[in-house]
Design a protein around this ligand. Sequence first.
Ligand code: TGC
Ligand code: FAD
Length: 432
Amino acid sequence: SHPAPPPDLLATDRLLSVEEREIRATTRALVDELVRPHIAGWWDDGELPARELAKRFGKAGLLGMHLSGYGCAGASATAYGLACLELEAGDSGIRSLVSVQGSLVMYPIWRYGSDEQKDRWLPGLAAGNLLGCFGLTEPDSGSDPGSMRTTAVPDGDGYRLDGVKLWITNGTLADVAVVWARLDDAAPVAAADGPARTGRPAAGTDGTAGTDGTDGTDGPTGRARRRGTVRGFLVPTDTPGFSAREVTGKLSLRASATAEIVLDGVRLPASALLPGASGLGAPLSCLNQARTGIAFGALGAARDCLGTALDYAATRTQFGRPLAGFQLTQAKFADMATAWTSAYLMALHLARSADEHTAAPAAVSMAKLHSSRTALEIARTCRTVLGANGITSDYPVMRHAANLETVLTYEGTAEVHQLSIGRALTGLDAFS
Ligand code: TGC
Ligand code: FAD
């Protein structure tokens, strides 16, 4: 089972409701039962029984848990964060499975979808009977998704999609892909049965979808700006022209399926368009949800490292005393516990703000940046405490450290979040 969490010196548990503690305990027990006995082997083999896990997580109410209706649990953002923390204490790939499904697939359908789309997809996704994936990143558009090349062209009563998406979690396993593509503004939109919303996100709106139809071709700064407005499409993965290929050779997040997706003349009915999502703000609003979960999740991986290192240092003896008795080791633990607690309190504050609809995008960036950086630093330091044993898969520390390199990079790299915070502080946009 799990290593004992480090003592809660600031008594932060009193900040949680009884229900939140129960969700945390249930998720921890599920991770102990389903994940811990197998994760080292899955990671070594580069495999994850995602379908079986999704069904169990669905049964426990963890999929799309911060959404309401359609079989979703209607829990708070805080409860969702705590669940992410426990899942990632098992492995970042496990939290990825849940956050992609809930925040990146179910959330856009829930927020921007038609009633028909919600009825068709959400109950199966919430139960874990269906899996989804989120296709934003492309080979030439990572940090700058506004430069995406994937196009949607009106085609008869529907659309034709062409393009390539890369690094797509669960791309090879998904039943439905949420694909973001540029739809030419000049072309009629076949099924816009919902109003496109406009306006930049203000604090508290959590990224109201805007239009970016003013995007032309290359702007004065040289940033690639292509024609058309970013729109979202629900693509059943058995549609002709859709194919997915597993990315191999990963040394991080090995217990997670990652794919290249090719859309080669994929023909979709008009009903595949997400009617309420118009502009880059729509996929970015989904990322706000997932990034909030990651702000907690990364700390789960770090807590697992810290607990493991404390246990190890208590029993490993050198120079006639346990490692834990050396001043340098204690200094490491003191610094790690302090950094962990400060990041946790920031994540908790962010989630409470999200529950009150007052979480600004820059606040999400700050928490995601701080947690992922802090967690990676903790994992590396814990690895030093375990000495040579730390590099093996007998202990979870090196696996977490390797995973956290991905966590630092996906959902916006550390540098992207620094620049987002910098933009909010200075009013100057360093991206352009
Ligand atoms: P910019 O001009 O700043 O914004 C375009 C429109 O979007 C709005 N917006 C946001 N809305 C909601 N939330 C946010 N965080 C938002 N940030 C911006 C903005 O107001 C504007 O709206 P409007 O109405 O004026 O059009 O756009 P930009 O092109 O300068 O880019 C900004 C930047 C760099 C911050 C953004 O593009 C970005 O976040 N880049 C990083 C890309 C990224 O994070 N990709 C993640 C892919 S998915 C993934 O990694 C899943 S991993 C699997 C797992 O989670 O487990
Ligand atoms: P780049 O954007 O090319 O950046 C490379 C480096 O340059 C980074 O250090 C970056 O910070 C830096 N850089 C870029 N721009 C600037 C700048 N303006 N100033 C300073 N530095 C800059 N995407 C999805 O859409 N769906 C998924 O499900 C998904 N899952 C993923 C799973 C895994 C395992 C991984 C590794 C990635 C996943 N991604 C997914 C993609 C992920 O979101 C991108 O990798 C990420 O957004 C960064 O893009 P990039 O890798 O192309 O790096």
